[in-house]
Design a protein around this ligand. Structure first.
Ligand code: ADP
Ligand code: MG
Length: 241
């Protein structure tokens, strides 16, 4: 198990937003997470790289116990790539500079090596011709593909996606999902919060439905979509499908 979460609780003040979460993710697995707004999906992802403090329980990521006070957070985070709904590219840096930055700063990679790696990643996400552009000159779909390339530049073992296509115009969603699908086929471990049911069905190994801070139901995506067992899952799926 590359991610192992046991009895995770997360509160903001007196508001408990994650309740007794147990979740294990295998190396190479693609886990998709769905659920209503406010159900704790983002908070769960953020607990996986300690962007949120863990209130109680255990989160172990690639052997790092996240509650261990001696944990080297930077080293741990370098193994986990995260892609958000907002692309968060550095606006005053070119596309290639955006991708080169973290490997140079964190991994101490030399400029030429970083550039080589950046170019290979741009090829992978289909944006070789945009190397010297600034983010504002790119479409949302292109910016999100750069954000994915930037996360991959750190050679992470795990990629976390938090609604990566939710801010995109509908016609740009497919190009981002295609990049994510390629990554899944290469064997990347991925946890993906998404409303893209087609992606979850086709690419996901497992689907998790969350509601009110709990995992209500999980299973093979097709099985959950076609035959949800819990009334809350049924009600949610009826609304979105
Ligand atoms: P989702 O991603 O499923 O929409 P979130 O994980 O963003 O849900 O939020 C779950 C709950 O936690 C919500 O009630 C939200 O208001 C609350 N929450 C999230 N982040 C914070 C925070 N930094 N401070 C206080 N409450 C928060
Ligand atoms: Mg969210």
């Amino acid at each position: 198990m590359i991610i192992d979460i046991t009895d995770l609780h997360k509160s903001f003040g007196s508001n408990e937003v994650l309740t007794s979460i147990d979740l294990s993710v295998e190396d190479g697995e693609v886990v998709c997470v769905i659920g209503p707004s406010g159900s704790g999906k983002s908070t769960l992802l953020r607990c996986m790289n300690r962007l949120e403090e863990i209130t109680s329980g255990e989160v172990v990521v690639d052997g790092h116990r996240l509650t261990d006070p001696r944990i080297k957070i930077d080293a741990m985070r370098a193994e986990i790539g995260m892609v958000f709904q907002q692309f968060n590219l550095f606006p005053h840096k070119t596309v290639i500079e955006n991708i080169m930055l973290a490997p140079q700063m964190v991994r101490r990679l030399g400029t030429e090596k970083a550039r080589e790696r950046g170019r290979a990643l741009l090829r992978k996400v289909g944006l070789s011709d945009k190397e010297l552009e600034y983010p504002s000159r790119l479409s949302g779909g292109q910016q999100q593909r750069v954000a994915i390339a930037r996360a991959l530049a750190m050679e992470p073992k795990i990629m976390l996606f938090d609604e990566p296509t939710s801010a995109l115009d509908p016609e740009l969603v497919g190009e981002v999902l295609a990049v994510m699908k390629d990554l899944a086929l290469e064997g990347m471990t991925m946890v993906v919060v998404t409303h893209e049911m087609g992606f979850a069905r086709e690419v996901g190994d497992r689907l998790i439905f969350m509601d009110e801070g709990r995992i209500v139901e999980e299973g093979i995506p097709g099985a959950v979509f076609d035959n949800p067992q819990e009334t809350r899952t049924q009600a949610f799926l009826e609304k979105i499908l």
